[in-house]
Design a protein around this ligand. Structure first.
Ligand SMILES: [Zn+2]
Length: 267
């Protein structure tokens, strides 16, 4: 029995290392793309149920503005406040913080030897709170400040119109992002309110755009969350190129969009 417990502990540690590595690789990739300047961007992974982390003595705490009961007792890994994505492969042991949600879902605790989690922790926790209802044992959020979407979302075009233009700009959005994407008007970063609105949008979106700020992707695993960010950013770049080349957005015509949706319905 004891050896079984020890084995589970080792398996859990290996899993933590794997998740830490995937966060570090994704962060480095985003920095390499030029989408995470300075300390921009944050990533988190909700760990599978039963994954334990060691908090050590006198853990630090972030008190949630309202309880998040669906994550009570769950654990996460999240990038640290002030961490630099370009350095994340080197800093993976110190700048990716283990978090434990308390048993009543009222606070998040982390070991005192680590820096604090990203200031967007409120968004990460609220969005992950959707995962149990989606049937996901684990989930990931990737947030970055990609250039094309920052520029595009700074326009005065209403979010719904912009959303449609993005959908028409790149067929991948229709075929691989079945819930599509949503725009949220500029809201001060690092607030619980921004997290609440973002969570609501993720009920029916694969990616959420914080206008004049950046993109978030949310999925069952980190690769897919990053895919959503990449496809959304690519669509934004296509729109900006079309505007400068042709004076307006081009994109898929109605019949082309319909045929894509029909094809999608067949699988
Ligand atoms: Zn940001």
């Amino acid at each position: 029995m004891e050896s079984e417990v020890a084995f589970q502990h080792i398996a859990s540690m290996n899993n933590l290392d794997d998740v830490r590595n995937s966060i570090a690789e994704t962060a480095w990739h985003l920095a390499h793309m030029g989408w995470s300047e300075a300390n921009a961007g944050n990533i988190s992974v909700l760990l599978p149920r039963g994954t334990e982390i060691e908090l050590g003595p006198n853990p630090k705490a972030y008190h949630l503005s309202e309880p998040v009961r669906s994550l009570a007792g769950r654990t996460l890994l999240i990038t640290a406040t002030g961490s630099r994505f370009r350095r994340m492969r080197t800093d993976r042991e110190t700048q990716i913080v283990p978090l434990a949600i308390t048993e009543f879902g009222t606070a998040a605790l982390w070991p005192s030897s680590y820096p604090g989690p990203t200031s967007e922790i409120g968004t990460h926790i609220q969005v992950h709170s959707l995962s149990p209802d989606l049937g996901w044992d684990s989930s990931a959020i990737v947030h970055t400040h990609s250039t094309g979407m920052l520029a595009l979302s700074s326009s005065d075009i209403p979010g719904e119109m912009l959303g449609e233009a993005v959908e028409r700009a790149h067929p991948e959005i229709t075929t691989l992002m079945r819930k599509g994407l949503s725009f949220i008007d500029f809201t001060p970063p690092g607030t619980w309110e921004l997290g609440r609105v973002t969570m609501e949008e993720f009920r029916h979106s694969n990616a959420v755009i914080w206008r004049k700020h950046g993109i978030l992707g949310y999925a069952e695993d980190i690769e897919m969350a990053c895919d959503y960010v990449e496809m959304t950013e690519k669509a934004a770049q296509i729109l900006l190129l079309e505007k400068s080349a042709f004076g307006g957005f081009q994109g898929l015509k109605d019949r082309e969009l319909d045929s894509l949706k029909e094809e999608q319905g067949q699988d």
